[in-house]
Write a protein that binds this ligand. Structure first.
Ligand SMILES: NC(=O)c1ccc[n+]([C@@H]2O[C@H](COP(=O)([O-])OP(=O)(O)OC[C@H]3O[C@@H](n4cnc5c(N)ncnc54)[C@H](O)[C@@H]3O)[C@@H](O)[C@H]2O)c1
Length: 287
């Protein structure tokens, strides 16, 4: 593939930022990638591993002379980082992000962009429970979706440029209104993380005749709770930033759990079989 961007800055060279850098380098669509991260050891590692070509001491320094900036820091930090780099952006620069929540970020970032520069919100639907540059890999986005969240004021050429980069990284790009994105991902991503954390919290603090019950866990518990090993600070930010939608999802889940509890309490075998069959059909349908 031919070069699309001469110089790209990645602020937050962790799992997502590092994997985007590796995928773009492999595709040959970016000439130079400069990395910025508030953790100097992580940044040095990103350079040593060949994830980025250069590193910069500050975000403002790193974005100078770039045509595109990718923000891949925890969601609550994204507007603050943009505020810090805005005065240093070159005219025409495109800023995009990979944050897991969109409405608040898109509204804040559109406001913060200097005239002549363009913001495009994004969210790659790919990840693992690991963090940092050392966890990044070039194929993370291959065959996965990347959702872009343009608004009526989004520059169409900037949208196209961001879309081309994600396609080069192997992703299938689609577009969605930011609030709609947040309500969907509250259900299918933020709720499952909340439930996994709550389940491990409940079982980890359960007292069954003084036994450490976690020492008995096997495949089922471990499969179900893998995502509870994700970074707590990242999930704190997502829960706070998508609070309204996540609360609605938790209420829906609580109602479902209460329904299940009632059927167990009443000894309603037919009702339980029906409940589990409906859930199994949904689950089998997504595989
Ligand atoms: N991990 C996932 O599964 C996943 C999936 C899709 C989107 N996301 C989103 O991608 C973003 C990054 O997540 P990640 O999994 O790569 O996390 P990560 O912890 O692996 O990487 C984040 C990096 O940002 C750095 N950082 C934090 N605050 C900073 C700041 N103010 N300035 C500069 N650097 C800073 C950290 O040192 C870290 O290296 C988040 O917004 C997250 O919501 C994550």
């Amino acid at each position: 593939m031919s070069v699309i961007i001469e110089r790209l800055a990645i602020v937050g060279v962790g799992l997502i930022g590092g994997s985007f850098a590796l995928a773009l380098r492999e595709a040959g669509v970016v000439r130079t990638i400069v990395g910025v991260d508030r953790d100097p050891a992580n940044l040095e590692q990103a350079l040593a591993l060949g994830v980025v070509d250069e590193i910069a001491a500050s975000a403002a320094q790193g974005v100078r002379g770039t045509q595109m900036v990718f923000l891949s820091v925890p969601v609550c930090s994204i507007p603050g980082v943009l505020q810090e780099i805005a005065p240093a952006l070159d005219p025409g620069c495109i800023v995009t992000d990979g944050g897991s929540v969109k409405a608040e970020i898109v509204a804040a970032c559109q406001q913060l962009m200097p005239t002549g520069c363009h913001f495009v919100g994004g969210h790659p639907i790919a990840g693992t429970e690991h963090s940092g540059a050392a966890a990044s890999f070039a194929t993370l986005f291959k065959g996965k979706r990347c959702i872009l969240t343009p608004t009526e004021t989004t520059d169409r050429q900037a949208l196209q440029a961001v879309s081309r980069l994600w396609q080069a990284a192997g992703a299938e790009v689609c577009s969605m209104e930011p609030g709609h994105h947040d309500r969907i991902f509250a259900e299918i991503s933020h709720l499952p993380h909340a439930v996994a954390y709550a389940l491990v919290h409940a079982v980890g603090t359960a007292d069954v005749e003084g036994e450490n019950v976690l020492s008995y866990t096997a495949g089922g518990f471990r499969d179900f709770t893998r995502i509870a090993s994700s970074d707590p600070a990242m999930w704190r930010d997502i829960a706070l930033m998508n609070r309204a939608a996540l609360l609605a999802s938790i209420d829906g889940f609580s109602a479902s759990l209460a329904e299940l509890r009632g059927r167990i309490d009443r000894g309603d075998g037919d009702g339980l079989a029906e409940f589990f069959t409906i859930a199994k059909q949904f689950r089998d349908g997504i595989l």
